[in-house]
Write a protein that binds this ligand. Sequence first.
Ligand code: ATP
Ligand code: MG
Length: 278
Amino acid sequence: MSGHPTRVGEHEPPILLFEAVVKRYGNVLALDGVHFHVNRGEVVCLIGPSGSGKSTLLRCANGLEAVDGGRVIFEGIDLVDRRTNLVQVRQRIGMVFQHFELFPHMTALRNVTSGLRTVRRMPRLEADARGLALLQKVGLVAKAGQHPAELSGGQQQRVAIARALAMEPDVMLFDEPTSALDPETIGEVLSVMKRLADEGMTMVVVTHEMDFARRVADWVVVFDRARVLEEGPPARIFEQPVVARTREFLSHLGWHADADDAGDGVARRFAPRERETS
Ligand SMILES: Nc1ncnc2c1ncn2[C@@H]1O[C@H](COP(=O)(O)OP(=O)(O)OP(=O)(O)O)[C@@H](O)[C@H]1O
Ligand SMILES: [Mg+2]
């Protein structure tokens, strides 16, 4: 491997740039000078121990959280600048949380189309056509008329992804999208995400699914204690982490860079997931 791996989208300005971002909650320093960027078309996975600042960072990325220092630049727009219209900016950023937060009284289709109808004022037929196409994309067109309570966790999360996609965002932010799911439905959500990635969607994914990060990420950023410990292509982070604390974190999760070699030169053996407790 070359010493200077080329990153996806490196030839143009980053879509998201974090510069010396500081965020405090009272006495707690949640982000302590965080610096990294996300290029257009990249899948960037954020990993790291519980409480290290990953969710806070995502909330700062779409202006849900005001920062106490530094800059967050999205498509050249400074989100920290008071004059920035955050409502407008957020329409270009899709967000998928751990808990799906679907509207319980609406069908899957209405959940997907509600933003199009209310924010975009799209005519119903047009919104429904787009909504159905998106449900098709996440493999749920047959469930269009069901309410969230009638869907499995994995299905609800796929509806949430379709809902975020409906607004045609430039970037999708995921905060542990599978960590509230039953093991049997995790795979279906990850495969929808993998497909999105393959289509070139820019994605920032906070995840404890190291196997997903290893296979799908273009770039991995390791958080620890409110800072970026190290960043790099997944092969490097998972196989040759530079920082001892990255190795500790990965091995705590059951990842051992030097375990079985699958025969393709890539060592990857991942024990059953072990959750950090917050
Ligand atoms: N709204 C809040 N009020 C006070 N403290 C907060 C708030 N949100 C986060 N924190 C604190 O900020 C730090 C970073 O939290 P954050 O949720 O970003 O971590 P995380 O890396 O997402 O952890 P996890 O993997 O458990 O989700 C933690 O010490 C947390 O307790
Ligand atoms: Mg979190």
